[in-house]
Design a protein around this ligand. Sequence first.
Ligand code: GRF
Length: 188
Amino acid sequence: VRAAVFASGTGSNFQAMMETENLACEITLLVCDKPGASVLEKAKRFNVPTIVFDPNMYSTKEEYELEVLHVLKEAKIDWIFLAGYMRIVGPTLLQAYDGKMMNIHPSLLPQFPGKDAIGQAFRAGVETTGVTVHYIDEGIDTGPIIDQVEIKVHKNDTKESLQKRIQEVEHQLYPAVINDVLSKGVKS
Ligand code: GRF
């Protein structure tokens, strides 16, 4: 099974997947929409080929998604894992990878979708937040939930300390869910 990771930023989840010894698929492509993002250095370190595109160079989402889709097909990619990919996926990719696209989000969805979910939870003063892995649909963090882990907010937490704990959970949960879904064909 061949998978592509889509990322826009740091790529710590990408790194966690690459460092998972028994991952049920091979990550053979990294797709990045931010020239200069540090995930690109990580891909180089792991010898994963990359495609980088700048959405500002295209007049529509369909235009760049068609180009990305072409590369995905050439590379025989079966699955797409979004990991800090800061764009809404459009119909072009959704139709081609229906049910074969997951995302990780740092909250207990449906609470706190969208940007800065950790900040949203922190400011709301919730006692419990968490991490969700879900399938992708046309909305923002609205697709069917595959798995969630709860994380307590401690009294003395800062946004940074909470974020650190959330990321540690993400790095365990995402590879585990990938393995579950790919081996058992789990679908919620
Ligand atoms: C993660 O917190 C993920 O849940 C969210 O974006 C962040 C990406 O972090 N969607 P990284 O680039 O994998 O370090």
